[in-house]
Design a protein around this ligand. Structure first.
Ligand code: TRP
Length: 338
């Protein structure tokens, strides 16, 4: 039996932060040992809200470089850029025509983002989850590692594959599309904002101090941790509902230092914030230094990076084209090649 296939993606908007790394990329790195890993930079998703054409390409390349810097190995994982494979847009169109509009209108993330865009909501923003479904379904993915906030989108992809494609155009023995399973990251890996322990660390938070970027320099990391929200209690602890900041920062310490949760809780049980924060800063700096070193080497050789992405494109395209052909045939399109 061939190893199960995993597909994951991140948008090339803004610099990736600790939440992206600890909650997502680090898992992909582990998964590549035992799975067939497909990792894509979803640049077509990045234009569903107004974007700056002067930085799209640069952000796409640097996001790919960060994946690699974090340990995604192009020998073992297929790393590619979504927009370079037209099959994503094409399958998205086919799915568009098979999906009821009201399935899309009830997506929570769409409703939230649409409020922020006011009068300027693009059709693409509504369509975002179908493009994501196309990303997943094109590669016959068995597993899709996503955060809790993407659970609804993954369910949508499953429902479409099952009810709208397989049920209508396939048969029990001969399904057109593989129905993927989600690998929803466990609570432990969820990193919250440095300024509010109840909110997720997010690229879209306007306040830079709410997150630590993977490329933040040591003095910036130290400064951000110094400013991180605390409470008036002494001693760090997990799972006290009244102390979300203590939970988050202790969790971060455990994830970054590799000290397991029980040991971290014990180590910091009586520690005041003044002593804890430098400890956390050191752990963050030590964890990020090797990634930053890898990154600066990779980004200084854009030709090599592009060649890695071209290789990824070739491998991805082969799989994507085969799936697209299956769907075209099942849906009854004229096929003229012999
Ligand atoms: N929507 C995802 C997010 O914001 C990104 C994404 C796009 C994705 N296509 C995907 C994730 C396919 C997993 C699989 O996190």
């Amino acid at each position: 039996m061939s190893p199960k296939r995993v597909l994951s993606g991140v948008q090339p908007t803004g610099v990736l932060h600790l939440g992206n790394w600890l909650g997502a990329i680090r898992n992909w790195v582990d998964l590549q040992e035992s799975h067939q890993n497909f990792v894509c930079v979803v640049d077509l998703h990045a234009i569903t809200v107004p974007h700056d054409p002067l930085i799209l390409a640069k952000d796409t390349l640097s996001t790919a470089a960060l994946y690699l810097a974090c340990g995604i190995d192009p020998q073992r994982s297929t790393v590619f850029v979504q927009s370079q494979i037209p099959a994503h847009s094409e399958l998205c169109w086919l799915l568009n025509c098979l999906t009821p509009l009201n399935w899309m209108e009830r997506m929570i993330q769409f409703k939230e983002k649409a409020v922020k865009q006011g009068d300027n909501v693009s059709v693409g923003l509504l369509d975002y989850p179908l493009l994501m479904a196309a990303d997943i379904l094109l590669y016959d993915a068995d597993l899709v590692p996503v955060g809790e906030d993407q659970r609804q989108h993954l369910e949508l992809a499953r429902d479409i594959a099952q009810q709208r494609v397989n049920a209508r155009f396939g048969s029990e023995e001969n399904p057109v599309l593989k129905v993927p399973e989600g690998l929803i990251s466990e609570q432990g890996a969820k990193v919250m904002s440095l300024l509010d322990g109840r909110r997720k660390m997010s690229k879209s938070d306007p306040n830079e101090n709410s997150r630590i970027g993977l490329l933040d320099k040591p003095d910036v990391i130290t400064k951000k941790i110094k400013r991180a929200k605390t409470d008036s209690e002494i001693g760090l602890e997990f799972d006290n509902p009244d102390r979300p900041e203590a939970n988050n920062l202790l969790n971060l310490y455990s994830l970054l230092s590799g000290v397991d949760k029980t040991a971290a809780a014990k180590e910091c049980a009586e520690m005041g914030w003044g002593k804890f924060k430098p400890l956390l800063s050191d752990a963050a700096i030590s964890a990020l230094t090797p990634i930053q070193k890898n990154y600066s080497e990779l980004i200084s050789d854009p030709l090599e990076l592009k060649s890695i992405l071209n290789n990824g494109k070739e491998k991805a395209e082969e799989v994507a084209q085969a799936t697209l052909k299956r769907v075209r045939e099942a849906m009854g399109f004229l096929i003229t090649e012999c």
